[in-house]
Design a protein around this ligand. Structure first.
Ligand SMILES: [Zn+2]
Ligand SMILES: [Zn+2]
Length: 80
């Protein structure tokens, strides 16, 4: 089974399931997801935009994304 462009490409230590096409934030979650050659729901994980992680992890990512946006915005407006 191959991935199409709708699949979220794993970056850094993320892992992508080539069977159900979910992307996990870590190999640990992926291992928990693949049990006995089958895809299983991992308790405590939340899917957002195709990325599966703990709610805390999503919150951290959202904070970083906001931080990076702010940094970029500052650079755009008159850094000396
Ligand atoms: Zn895929
Ligand atoms: Zn899967």
């Amino acid at each position: 089974m191959s991935c199409d462009e709708n699949c979220r490409k794993p970056i850094n230590r993320q892992a992508h399931c080539s069977v159900c096409h979910k992307t996990f934030t870590g190999a640990t979650w992926f291992d928990m997801h693949r049990i006995g050659g089958k895809c299983v729901e991992v308790a405590g994980l939340e899917g957002r935009d195709g990325l599966w992680a703990t709610p805390e992890s999503h919150a951290t990512r959202a904070r970083w994304a906001k931080h990076l946006r702010e940094l970029r915005a500052q650079k755009g407006t008159g850094e000396q």
